[in-house]
Design a protein around this ligand. Structure first.
Ligand code: GUN
Ligand code: FE
Length: 426
């Protein structure tokens, strides 16, 4: 049996390594049973007769991952950001998230988010919902229907937030368990649960222990926030005197890598010790440069993360970030790294186009397993990009086309998207 095969033709680019593109001009990208079979300049005879879609001069790149975003904050995008993290949470996200106790509101708000995520340049995402179990399911149903591959989290909070969002510790744990079971019953193909303690200030030690037990029982991954803002970090020191640094608080609760696949957003102010622990435990960083600028959190040491061998992906962090356009996040990562190098540390060379592309594709994709590359055996996530909106008197070479997409591109360039070998209806 050959299995099910189809072929896309175009200018194919993926990461050969963290610092180098593999560029295959007018080549054939073969999908077999939802996985990448190979790339060919001339199609081997044995593959003749399979359906081919020829995209001419379009670029074909691996599906990209948004490693950190908030579906429940999307309605706030572009408003109310003249504050730092803790004050911003009180004035913008918390009141907005409280609305998600209402099924009708959630249907509308999540509907808009999912529609935009589907049209965006990403094929995969890690998404925060809210504490409300019932409406988290609305988001998960919508995402499943979209065909995107996602991890979705019911948020946990039992302290330091408004009454309307605060859960009693035991209830937060039992609701989370009920939610996990409900998700299992739905037998989604592309939509997976991820434990989501919001951050240490909003989660008591007892709640963290309950979540750690659930993590072990159901072998779930974890997403949260880490070392985003100086005031937040000071607060965590007070709340968790048992921990030497912020990341150690998660680690002492058993929710920081190792057997527990973990992604932490921001890590703007992570110390060398914290970075080392992340490396040892295989904790992923979701680098969110736009959010970090908008909330004046700072510039995360992305170059240092790469130098220390951490797994790094990119996050839009809507609504502290303004959009779901991961191309914009790539250029913001480039810009932030240039400023950090110039202003803060001449040892931290600016990121390159190759490096931010790697983060957006294979770096973030690794959180999902074999995703974000066109090496044989990877899950077949592909994005076909038509850059004809960017007119120029002469046709640039393929690398320049990709570079220009990273600097100028958005969802308007997305012509088709495939997830695990299935074409999405855009
Ligand atoms: N830390 C805790 N909650 C949040 C959130 O919703 N957004 C951001 N950027 N940081 C957080
Ligand atoms: Fe966030």
């Amino acid at each position: 049996m050959n299995g099910s095969i189809f072929i896309l033709k175009g200018n194919i680019v993926y990461s050969k390594s963290q610092t180098e593109f593999a560029i295959c001009e007018h080549s054939y990208l073969v999908c077999r049973d939802g996985k990448v079979d190979g790339i060919y300049r001339t199609l081997p005879f044995r593959l003749g007769g399979n359906p081919i879609r020829d995209f001419g001069d379009c670029l074909i790149i691996p599906g990209m991952t948004d490693l950190h975003t908030h579906g429940s904050q999307y309605a706030l995008r572009g408003t109310g950001m003249d504050r730092e993290l803790l004050e911003w949470l009180e004035t913008a996200p918390f009141p907005e998230e409280a609305k998600f106790s209402d099924v009708e509101y959630a249907k509308k708000a999540y509907g808009i988010f999912v529609e935009d995520l589907k049209k965006s340049p990403v094929t995969r995402a890690c998404v925060f919902a809210t504490v409300h179990r019932e409406t988290v399911m609305i988001l998960m149903d919508l995402l499943e229907k979209s065909g995107l591959e996602t991890y979705v989290g019911k948020v946990n909070m039992d302290r330091n937030c408004p009454e309307s969002l605060r859960e009693k510790t035991a209830l937060s744990a039992s609701e989370t368990k009920t939610w996990i079971r409900q998700v299992q019953e739905r037998r989604y193909r592309n939509t997976h649960p991820i434990l989501t303690p919001r951050f240490i200030p909003a989660c008591s030690d007892e709640l963290m222990d309950c979540l750690s037990r659930l993590q072990k029982e159901y072998r779930l991954p974890v997403q949260s926030h880490l070392s985003e803002n100086p005031e937040e970090i000071r607060w965590v020191k007070e709340l968790r005197p048992d921990a030497e640094f912020y990341g150690e608080a998660y680690d002492k609760s058993g929710l920081f890598g190792g057997e527990c696949k973990t992604v932490m957003a921001h890590c703007v102010h992570s110390s060398e010790e914290e970075i080392q622990l992340m490396k040892e435990k295989g904790v992923f960083v979701a680098h969110c440069p736009e959010s970090n600028a908008n909330l004046a959190s700072g510039i995360a040491p992305a170059r240092r993360f790469l130098d220390r061998g951490l797994s790094v992906g990119l996050g839009s962090d809507a609504a502290a970030g303004t959009s779901l356009n991961i191309f914009a996040v790539m250029r913001q990562a480039l810009q932030a790294s240039k400023l950090r190098w110039r202003i803060l540390d001449k040892n931290e060379k600016p990121l390159t186009v190759e490096e931010v592309f790697y983060m957006a594709t294979k770096g973030g994709g690794e959180f999902f397993g074999k995703a974000g590359s066109f090496e044989p055996g990877y899950e077949f996530d592909a994005v076909v990009l038509d850059d004809s909106r960017m007119k120029s008197p002469e046709q640039p070479d393929i690398r320049s086309c990709l570079e220009r997409l990273i600097w100028l591109g958005d969802e308007r360039e997305v012509r088709e998207k495939y997830v695990k070998g299935v074409r999405l209806e855009l």
